[in-house]
Design a binder for this molecule. Sequence first.
Ligand SMILES: Cc1cc2nc3c(=O)[nH]c(=O)nc-3n(C[C@H](O)[C@H](O)[C@H](O)COP(=O)(O)OP(=O)(O)OC[C@H]3O[C@@H](n4cnc5c(N)ncnc54)[C@H](O)[C@@H]3O)c2cc1C
Length: 574
Amino acid sequence: MRNGTEAVRLAIIGGGVAGLSSAYYLLQQARIGDRPLHIDIYERKSTLGGNADTVVVDLGNYVDGKGLPHPYVRWADLGVNDVNLATYVKLKAIMEQIGYLEHMKPLQDTTSYFNRSGSLALTDDEALRDGVTNPVFNLADADGGRLAPLISVVHRAALNLLSTITPVYTVAHFFNACVATPGPMLGKAAAQLKIEIDWDDPQLSERVAKVRDDIYYPRIAAMYFTDERGPGVLPLQSPFQYYQLQEGAGAQAQNPDRRYFDHGAQKWLEALSDWLKQQSNEQVSIAIHTDAHMRVQVQRGRVALLGQTIAPADYDFCVLSTHADDTVELLNFDGDMEQWGMKIRAVLTQVTYTRSYAVCHTYTGQLPRNRDIWRTYNVLQRETGDKSFPYRMSYVENLHQNDPLNPQYSRFGLPLFLISLVKSLDEIPAETMLDRVNSTQRVDPAMLAALPRATQRQLHGEALHTGYRGSHDVAHPKLAHKAWTMFKHNVLNAECIAAQEQMAGYNKATGAEIAAGMRPDCALLFGGGWTLGAGLQEQCLQQSELIAGWILPALRGTPIPATRPDQAECATAA
Ligand SMILES: Cc1cc2nc3c(=O)[nH]c(=O)nc-3n(C[C@H](O)[C@H](O)[C@H](O)COP(=O)(O)OP(=O)(O)OC[C@H]3O[C@@H](n4cnc5c(N)ncnc54)[C@H](O)[C@@H]3O)c2cc1C
C-alpha cells in the first residue's frame, strides 16, 4: 500500500452499467483533500455497454407521395431495452446530471397474453395513451370486469408478503394458496385497494387460477431470470421485486413511466463513459480500456492484473463488475490466499446461468393469431402438453419505439419488425431474420449520427467484438450476418439469492475493514447485475453506490496499515 498522497489505485473489471457506474459514484463522492484515486476500467469487448447491443436493420423501401422510394432502415436493442423512470431514481438522477434524460422516450406499455390455439387472447391496454383497444379482448372487460381487479388484488397480496417471506417461499406456494383459500390470502390486499370481491362466489378459485395460469405464469416465465423449470419454483420475491421496480409506480408517481433508449441503450452507456472521461481530474483520474480481457491475480492485500494486450499492473483494490461465471474464470489466488479463493468460488458457483437468443425478424408466427391483439409485449402461454418452459416473449419494435408518437414513422403500412427472446435460433425461420446492416450506404446521415458509436463503427465496416454472441457465430455460420445475439442470464432461484446475501456479507465486511483503516487481505469487491435482485440497471446502480461507499474511506487520512497474516479470515464465513 502506498503512503502519503500517492494515489490509491483501483481496477474495475467490466465496462457494463455496473462497472461504469462504480467509477461514477467514486468520482461523485471523492472529496478534495482526500488521497487521489486512479481508476482503470477494463472491458474485454471492443465496445462499452455490457449487454446493451444496438443493431441496425434494413426493412426495404417506403414510397413517398411523389412515388419516390426511400430506404426504410431502423435500429433495435437486442439486450437491455427499457427502464421505468418512476422507480429508477438513481438512473434518472445520473441521466439528468450528464444531460442524457431527453433521450429517454415513452414506450407504448401494452401487453398481449395469448396461446397458439387462440383460446387465450387478452390485451392489457391500461397504459395505452394513444391507440385503439378492442373490448372483446381487453383485460379490463374480461369475465364481466371481474378479472382485472382480481389481478390487482393478487399483485398487492404478493407485494405485501415481500418483507416477511424467505426464498424458500415460491411462486407456486403463493398462487396455489391463493387458489385454495382466496379469502384469507387476498382479503387484506382487497381492503387496502378498496376493491370489492365476492368471497362467496363459487367461481372465485377458478378465476384466481386463471390469473395464475393465463397472466402471471406466462409473464414470469417470459422473464430473463427464469429457467426451463418454469416460474413455480422461483422464490416469490424474484418476480415481484422485479415488477415493483420495472413496472411499478414510484412514491409520487401515479403511473409507471416506462421509457426506451432513443437510438439504443448502448448510447447511454457511451454517454456515461464520455462524462467520466471529461470529469476525470487530479483527484479522481479515470482511464477506460477496451479489448482488454483481464485476469486477476489476488495477492495478500493487493491484486495484480494481467491481460494479453495490456501491460501487467498492480492495484490496491479491484471491483469485479462481471457476471459470477466470468468472475470465477478470471480470478486466481496466490497460494497463501487460496483459503479466500475457495470461499469466494463457493459463493460464485452457486449462481447458475441459462442462455437464450434475442432475434430481430419479421416472422409473425411468434405473435397472436389475431393481428388486432398484437401489442408491444406479446407473452405466449404454454399449451397443455408442452414439455418445457420457458414461455416466449416477442416485442413489436414499432410499438416499443412508439411509432404512433413519432412523426417520422407514423405512416400507414410500414412493415412491423420484431424482437423475440427464444431458446433456440431454430424457432425463427432464417429467411425472416433481418440482416445486421454493415454499411452506411442506406442509412440516413441524421440517423447515423444519432446511433451509438459502437453501432456506427460496425456500419463503417469495422469487425468489432461486441455482445455475448462471440463464438456462437462459429456454431451458426450461415446466420453470422443476421441481427441476433446470445444473452446469458443468472437464474434468480433460491441459490442465487443465497449467493447474493453471502456476497453482500463479504463486501460489507471488507468495507468495514477499510473503514477501520485496515488493509483487507482480500482486496476485492463484487458488483454487477448478479449481486442484487434481478440485476436491473437501477439495481446495478444501487450496488455500485454501495461499492463506492466501501472504497472511499481508503482515500481518507493516513495510509492503511496491513493486517497481519494471522488476522486473515475470510469474511464470507461470517
Ligand atoms: C436479455 C436481458 C435484457 C435485460 N433488459 C433489461 C432492461 O430492459 N432494463 C433493465 O433495467 N435491465 C435489464 N436487464 C438487466 C440488466 O440490464 C443487466 O443485468 C445489466 O446490464 C448487467 O450489467 P453488468 O454491468 O452487471 O453486466 P454486463 O452488462 O454484462 O457487463 C459485464 C461486462 O464485463 C465484461 N467482462 C467479463 N469478463 C471480463 C474480463 N475477464 N475482462 C474484462 N471484461 C470482462 C463483459 O464483456 C461485459 O461487457 C436485462 C438483462 C438481460 C439478460
